[in-house]
Ligand binder design. Structure first.
Ligand SMILES: Cc1cc2nc3c(=O)[nH]c(=O)nc-3n(C[C@H](O)[C@H](O)[C@H](O)COP(=O)(O)OP(=O)(O)OC[C@H]3O[C@@H](n4cnc5c(N)ncnc54)[C@H](O)[C@@H]3O)c2cc1C
Length: 402
């Protein structure tokens, strides 16, 4: 069993912690995102600073950064520091057009979670069709637009939606690089990287999971990042001057059905509990298991075999460490490194269900005295989850009060 010391809630301590204990699990030199700090305190401050006015008009803007209207809340939403229902409620007084557009995006996040909970690893196989391999060479090194995207991804660990679409389209639609490799590259660096939203985004952009692929050309750069092309070495011989050809698709074999992983709808109590086990899916103070057990110590396991296989950027582990250190100012937090079932052996934990295949695999080997429902924005039901529009029609029947 490997216990780790809890660092102080500041960047330097988080960097030292990751360097000392987790450096063998990351793909880069230990560094934190200059734009994002982990922790409930930072999440609350980011939400308080967000003004939804102008969101609909500006959410797709890219460059210069001052023109952007995206909230930048995704790393906090991804890790449950901000729950979708809370973010939904907070914007209620904004201009109706902006509120509606913003809430639509929150519903996309919820849809991604339902979709992944329903299809699990089957989502990896391409639900509708596959792309035929193309020329397979990314020619972005001299293009200012894509160099900017890569640099922001690898430095900040975050991208606006628009540049995620640019990059994934250039990668897979124009160049025919395998989309799964691109998805893995994003997942490695994004602070908000989730198999649910990232995989859905790649499948949607490339067209393997939607009716049409998204084309990326100079047109979007000039519209969303005016002036960026002016200093580009390739401005007079732009390789993306024209739209890419529609990619060729081949049928994909039907993936076998997966068990639906939406989890319990009421607390499942099997006995007394002595710890709250937090997972990376739900690290906020409002985590249901955490808030129901206010006196209990909290345990978090850095899952060593999983992290060794993922080799994420250190930015994500610094973000998680800051989050746990921040929680440690309010609660007793124990950090472990190893295999969750081994590290939690001998404990009886309260935990919040995480609607992802990895949680479903691990929970069987753990003594869980209480399993709390995942904090959904829309309660799952047993209807099929395929297209956003049909899911949404169905989900709107479960709207919370506004
Ligand atoms: C190829 C690709 C990969 C993506 N990978 C991820 C990922 O790994 N994790 C992730 O959370 N999102 C992902 N997205 C969705 C979206 O790009 C990000 O959620 C958004 O850019 C985050 O920035 P924001 O918080 O400023 O969003 P805002 O525009 O401010 O939106 C508010 C919130 O709504 C949700 N949201 C917005 N757009 C989407 C969307 N298209 N799909 C799902 N949720 C959305 C997010 O939770 C976001 O924080 C991906 C999109 C694409 C095209």
């Amino acid at each position: 069993m490997s216990k780790l010391p809890l660092p102080s809630p500041d960047r330097e301590s988080a960097l030292a912690f990751v360097s000392d204990h987790l450096a063998h699990l990351v793909c880069d030199d230990v560094v934190g995102s200059p734009s994002y700090r982990g922790g409930q305190t930072s999440a609350d401050a980011a939400l308080a600073a967000f003004d939804v006015a102008g969101y609909a008009r500006k959410r797709n803007e890219v460059h210069p950064a001052g023109r952007r209207g995206a909230s930048g809340l995704s790393p906090y939403i991804r890790h449950g520091l901000l729950q979708l229902a809370e973010v939904w409620a907070v914007v209620a007084d904004g201009p109706s057009k902006d509120v509606q557009k913003f809430r639509d995006e929150l519903l996309w996040q919820e849809f991604a979670r339902h979709w992944y909970a329903h299809h699990g690893t089957a989502t990896q196989r391409g639900i509708r069709r596959e792309l035929e391999p193309g020329p397979g060479s990314m020619s972005e090194t001299d293009m200012d637009c894509l160099a900017m995207v890569r640099n922001e991804l690898e430095t900040d660990g975050w991208l606006v939606n628009q540049t995620r679409m640019w990059f994934s389209s250039h990668w897979a639609v124009r160049n025919g690089e395998p989309w799964r490799n691109g998805e893995d590259y994003f997942f490695q660096h994004l602070l908000d990287g989730s198999r649910a939203a990232n995989r859905l985004g790649w499948q949607w952009t490339t067209g393997v999971g939607s009716s049409k692929s998204y084309g990326f050309s100079r047109w979007q750069v000039e519209k969303r990042a005016p002036g960026l092309c002016d200093s580009c070495a390739l401005r007079t011989r732009c390789p993306i001057q024209d739209w890419p050809d529609d990619p060729a698709f081949v049928a994909s074999s039907n993936a076998p059905a997966q068990p639906v992983l939406t989890g319990p709808s009421v607390v499942e109590a099997a006995g007394a509990v002595d710890h709250v086990w937090l997972t990376a899916e739900s690290l906020g103070d409002a985590d249901p298991a955490l808030s129901a057990n206010r006196e209990l110590p909290v345990v978090f396991v850095f899952d060593e075999p999983l992290l060794a296989s993922l080799r994420l950027s250190s930015k994500r582990l610094v973000f998680l460490t800051e989050t746990l250190a921040d929680l440690g100012t309010r609660r007793t937090v124990e950090l472990r490194l190893g295999t969750p079932s081994t590290e939690l052996d001998g404990l009886s934990v309260a935990v919040t269900w995480a609607p992802v295949p990895g949680f479903a695999r691990r929970i069987g080997g753990i003594n869980a005295g209480e399993v709390h429902p995942f904090p959904w924005l829309r309660q799952p039901n047993n209807k099929a989850v395929s297209s956003f529009s049909s899911w949404r029609r169905n989900a709107e029947r479960n709207r919370p009060p506004q």
